[in-house]
Design a protein around this ligand. Sequence first.
Ligand code: SF4
Ligand code: SF4
Length: 476
Amino acid sequence: MSDNIDVKIIDTSKHDDIKHRTKVKDTEYKEGKIYIRSINGIFTAIRQKLNWILMLGFFLLPWIPYGDRQAVIFDLAEQKFHIFGLIIWPQDLVLLAALLMISAYGLFLVTTFIGRVWCGFTCPQTIWTFIFVWVEEKVEGKFNKRKKLDQQPNTWTKIWKKGLKHSIWLVISLITSLTFLAFFVPVKELYIDFFTLNASGLIYFWTLFFTFCTYGNAGWMREIMCLHMCPYARFQSAMFDKDTFSVAYDAQRGESRGPRSRKKNPKELGLGDCIDCNLCVQVCPTGIDIRDGLQYECINCGACIDACDDVMEKMGYEKKLISYTTENQLEGKKTHIIRGKLVGYGSVLAIMSIVFVYFLMAIQPLKLDIIRDRNQLYRISSEGLIENVYTLKVLNKTEEDLNYKLSFSGLDEFEWLGVNEIFVKAGEVYTLPMSISADPYNLKKKLVNVTFTVEASLDNGEKVIVKEDTKFFNEI
Ligand code: SF4
Ligand code: SF4
């Protein structure tokens, strides 16, 4: 039997105040625009700090130089990714595949352990939404003022406030878009060409495209992306179990909810600890009421915990009426930290990380490919020698022009027909057609395993040697 938690609504109809709560939930928050109320607290502070770090990383990374280029750039035209000193070629794409698997299993592991914290704390959609809400609050005022402003007829005050807000949103979106493109196009060139109107049509197209994506997603779509478009929201419940930490309301402690005086003992009034202030709903970026139970819309951001802890403190009650907890804990049972699913995800993550490091260490600064003549296994020369034709492709994966020395082994006596020293420019492929000939009297087998070797000395004195095996065919 599966121990996954089904996303569900807790039936709280037994509580007297349900009418009032339903009214608030349906009319103010569920239908139409959500006016997020800002809040301070430990989880908000953690999220803000994390968001600062991620934002600085995103906006500054393209400006960090490495040698005579950008430290991080995905050069699509040249088909290579530069990440500081590391160059990833299409031949090394297994690395990216391993990285994607590491990210996926990392996400599964974290989600199984602590729910959708990725969504609440690090997802770009959440980060940009909070930035846009922050701008909205600075220009239009707190959530109740913003709501009032939206309900007002169009006055000059409303028009300039709306105009200013949307202009700032568009500027942020444009900078975001240019920063994103700067991971693919050299950043200085991009900015200069863009603002001097010398960029290509493609650059203008993608800049505008990503500008409007950012503006639309963070300004207009916001929680709609999380609620209706994000696939992760849909399959996360497959990772949840009764030991997954997620934001939850302690209904046993909170119900029956209702307003009361701070001086009164709630027990005497037949009330639980929830004063039904709705602050947890007002701060929720997805507009849900966590008191309705675990819902797939919840992004585990902890804003409702901050709001409720604040209320509990003011009321003189114990905090954590809403907290990161597990279903087992809420039922008074033991929470199991180490469990099969977690160990499974952790093991795959560890294996993939080892595979990634292995491939990373195995990256060679040069690559040798050998292509045999497909039309003829061998030919016999006018002198009666057996000749095998090969095409050697030497890829210089470094950022320096290099001389390469080629050699051959596997036959006792042979003749190399063609050049065996080549000069290959940085990042280029040298195609060398050549052949090996041998006297058939010295060949004892029809098929001989042979090896080509290519070697070069790098500027730093390091010697690189790559060997590649192939076959030599004989007429026997
Ligand atoms: S219910 Fe709480 S944790 Fe979930 S999204 Fe809303 S504020 Fe964030
Ligand atoms: S913030 Fe706390 S006390 Fe207020 S409604 Fe939410 S759960 Fe109840």
